[in-house]
Structure formats: structure tokens, C-alpha cells
Design a protein around this ligand. Structure first.
Ligand code: ASP
Ligand code: MG
Length: 445
């Protein structure tokens, strides 16, 4: 098989034996899929993170371990407790207990990664057994053999060249012959110690492995049938989008839609590998294909909402006909590792929003800024992003948006920098209504 398909199953998709059976059925119906990348069963990583923190006393740890064991035993029971696997899972659970005891004495990042990695190591073992019982043989593969990373534990960065080589040597030949089941989220540093790619990292793993394998597609099976026109909790009429381009999808992710983390898509974008997002609970409902380019390029595709925005307005008379003021301001923000999101300027002032919320904007930073200008900080704002195509080239786009929002006070607008997005700030308390009104006007069914 030259171009296999990679399928990733998230935590809720492998939460228990019933959920795992639905994933097995998806694989059985798609023989082109040769690599399944799994998360830990739902809830497991959180328990492991708590155990790794070293913050709990022995009886709290026993309680956490008990919850962890209950999840694994539930699946083992459904599989009628095969002897070897049961012993293996018990060994892993004991190992976790010992590691958690060490973490309670002296927690460390490497130890943390060793502990949390056990979740994926267990879910993949259980899933291979479930497949075997269904008559779908698969091999278990330790992804640490190929997912080489640096040693920034908890947030390791993959070494793409090493990954590509190792995949060609060790994983590709296996996928050519049969279905392979492996772990998302985890990797190994050069010295062999276990690393992790950051919470939610399994999607990224799947895309990286897909890139290294030259996959025909990467499928992300989760608990929602694709990417929605907007958050269905805000708007009843929200619906799944059949296809969307990489650029639109990453704008959506950047602006708060709970789809895929933008970094997830990078490997797929590099190799132009189509990515599918669907629900393992309802595979027949279809899902969303994310591609390099899509035949349909509607002016308006989706709406995203990001709450808790901080708006900074810096005013300085010296900005008038002066140079270097903006460089000064951005220099201060950069020194404090504050990343700026939206910007809008006038003759004597500049407004900007901060990406990562208020915590970073300490009194120290505010004082430093205030030495150069007058500073105003506003909170309680939400960022609304309209995602689409060629919006800035199409006459009347802004009119349609503003007409739909005639009574709303729009605080700041960013329009034109990207043909794929048009965003603005509104007060937090009207944000839900703004999304609903825009959806009705711009994205009618
Ligand atoms: N199990 C890991 C987590 O919960 C990775 C993932 O699910 O993507 O963060
Ligand atoms: Mg997850």
C-alpha cells in the first residue's frame, strides 16, 4: 500500500469497550486505513496528570489510582479478561503507582511525561485485543520508536527528519502489511526517555505520522460530526461544513473555534494531505474535509467566538509624526512574551488585543508602557471572527455585517489583512446574540 490512510481516535472515541467497538467498525469499513493513532481513554490523562503532580497525599493517590483502574477494568471485563493482557495492564497500573509515589516525593517533568504516557500505552493495548476478538488482526506499535523529540518534557518538539527516517525504516513496512495501532501524544527524546507533545497532542501526532508516511488522508475521529458553521451551543441552526480549506480552518482554530489546534494542521498543509474530521459515534453522518483548496469558496463560511479578550489602547501625542513609537511598544510587549492579536491604529493611538488574556499584563508591564504613553485597559470583551473567502475584495461585505448588527457597539475592527477573516470586538454580554444574528443573516441554511 503506497499511500495509507491514518485514522486518529480521540479520548471519547476510545472511552470504553462500546466506543472502541465503533472505532473498530470504522477501521473494518475502511481497509485503506493502515495506521490507527489513539488517545488515552477519556478521563485517563487527567487522572495521570493529577498523579504526576505530586500534590496528593497517599489516600488521595489511592483514590485516583482506583478511578484509573476502574476505567481499564471496565474495558478488560468487556473483553472477558484475557489472561496475558490483564496481567500486562495490572503491571502498568502498578508501575503508575510506583511512579506516582516517586512524584509525591520529588515531582519532575520527565517523571510527569513517563506517567501520563501510560494512558495511551494502555488504550492501544486494549484496542488491539478488541480488534483481535472481532477478527481484525492488528499489530501494536510503540510510537516512541519513531516519534523522536527534543527533551522539552511536557511540550516536546518533534524532530521531523529523525521522524521521517524512523517511519520509513520501522513503521512504513509494517503498515504496508497490516493494520497498525499506535499512540498519539507521546514520543521519546534522544536518550530514550519518554516525552509528550502537550495536552491534546494526539491530533498533532496523527498529522505528523501521516506526513512521514506520505498518507493519502488523515482522519480525526472525535465526538462531533465535523467542523460547524458556529458553536451549536450558541446557535441551534449551526451545521457541519462538508469541506473547508486549510486557510479557513486555521483561521477558525486561531479565532477560538474548538476544532483542531492550528499546529495540528501544519504537517498536513506541508504535504497537502486532506484531513477529515468526523464523529466515531455517528460515522454515517459524514464530517468535514479540510483540503488545500476546495471547489466551493463561499464568501461566508463560518463564525468563531473567543471570549475574555483584553483591549489595550495606547495614546501618545508623540506618535504624531514620530517614528519608533510602535516599535517601542511592541518591544516592551515582546520582552514580556505577550503576544498581540488584533491591531488598529489612528494618528495618535494604537489599540490592540492580547492573545493570552490578562495574566501576562502585570502591573510591571503596565507601568513600563505608561512611561511612553497613556494606557487604557478594557476587559469584558469578546472577539467575533467571520471566516470566508475573498471578503476584503468583495463589495458590500462590511455593509452586510454592519446591517446585521445595526444596534451593536462594535469596538474594534480588523478587516483586509487576510482574505479569509473579518473580525471585531463586542461586549461579552452581547456576543452570543451577535453570533446568532450574524449566523441568521450571513449563513442561512
Ligand atoms: N491524552 C492526551 C490528552 O488528553 C492527548 C490527546 O488526547 O490528544 O491531552
Ligand atoms: Mg483528547
Amino acid at each position: 500500500m503506497n499511500q495509507p490512510v491514518v485514522a486518529k481516535f480521540g479520548g471519547t472515541s476510545v472511552a470504553d469497550a462500546d466506543a472502541m467497538s465503533r472505532c473498530a467498525a470504522i477501521l473494518e469499513q475502511h481497509p485503506a486505513t493502515r495506521l490507527a493513532v489513539l488517545s488515552a481513554s477519556s478521563g485517563v490523562t487527567n487522572l495521570l496528570v493529577a498523579l504526576a503532580s505530586g500534590e496528593h497525599n497517599p489516600s488521595q493517590r489511592a483514590e485516583l489510582l482506583q478511578q484509573l483502574a476502574a476505567i481499564q477494568h471496565g474495558i478488560l471485563d468487556s473483553l472477558e479478561r484475557p489472561e496475558m493482557l490483564t496481567r500486562h495492564i495490572e503491571e502498568i497500573l502498578n508501575h503508575i503507582k510506583e511512579l506516582a509515589d516517586s512524584a509525591a516525593i520529588s515531582p519532575s517533568k520527565p517523571l510527569h511525561d513517563e506517567i501520563v504516557a501510560q494512558g495511551e500505552l494502555m488504550s492501544t493495548r486494549l484496542f488491539v485485543e478488541l480488534l483481535r476478538r472481532r477478527g481484525t488482526p492488528a499489530v501494536w506499535f510503540d510510537v516512541r520508536k519513531v516519534m523522536r523529540t527534543d527533551d522539552r518534557f511536557n511540550r516536546a518538539t518533534p524532530d521531523l527528519a529523525a521522524l521521517a527516517n524512523a517511519v520509513t525504516e520501522e513503521l512504513k513496512p509494517l503498515c504496508d502489511r497490516q493494520l497498525v495501532v499506535t499512540q498519539g501524544f507521546i514520543g521519546a527524546a534522544n536518550d530514550g526517555r519518554t516525552t509528550t507533545l502537550g495536552r491534546g497532542g494526539s491530533d498533532f501526532s496523527a498529522a505528523l505520522l501521516g506526513e512521514a508516511l506520505g498518507a493519502a488522508a488523515v482522519e480525526i475521529w472525535t465526538d462531533v460530526p465535523g467542523i460547524y458553521t458556529t458553536d451549536p451551543r450558541l446557535v441551534n441552526e449551526a451545521r457541519a461544513i462538508p469541506e473547508i480549506s486549510f486557510s479557513e480552518a486555521s483561521e477558525m482554530a486561531t479565532f477560538g473555534a474548538k476544532v483542531l489546534h492550528p499546529a495540528t494542521l501544519q504537517p498536513a498543509v506541508r504535504r497537502q494531505i486532506p484531513v477529515f474530521v468526523g464523529s466515531s459515534k455517528a460515522p454515517e453522518a459524514g464530517g468535514t474535509w479540510i483540503r488545500n483548496s476546495t471547489p466551493s469558496q463561499p464568501l461566508f463560511r463560518a463564525l468563531a467566538l473567543r471570549r475574555n479578550q483584553v483591549l489595550l489602547t495606547l495614546t501618545s501625542q508623540s506618535m504624531f509624526q514620530a517614528h519608533g513609537f510602535l516599535a517601542e511598544v511592541f518591544g516592551i510587549l515582546a520582552r514580556h512574551k505577550i503576544s498581540v492579536d488584533l491591531i488598529s491604529t489612528s494618528e495618535i493611538s494604537v489599540s490592540l488585543t492580547l492573545d493570552s488574556g490578562a495574566e501576562l499584563l502585570t502591573q510591571e508591564v503596565q507601568d513600563e508602557l505608561a512611561r511612553h504613553c497613556h494606557l487604557k485597559v478594557e476587559k469584558g470583551l469578546a472577539l467575533v471572527a467571520l471566516i470566508g473567502n475573498r471578503m476584503s475584495e468583495s463589495g458590500g461585505t462590511a455593509t452586510r455585517v454592519f446591517q446585521a448588527l445595526a444596534d451593536v457597539n462594535i469596538r474594534m475592527i480588523c478587516y483586509g489583512a487576510s482574505p479569509h477573516n473579518f473580525c471585531f470586538l463586542v461586549a461579552e454580554d452581547v456576543a452570543g446574540q451577535v453570533i446568532a444574528d450574524l449566523h441568521r443573516e450571513l449563513l442561512p441554511a
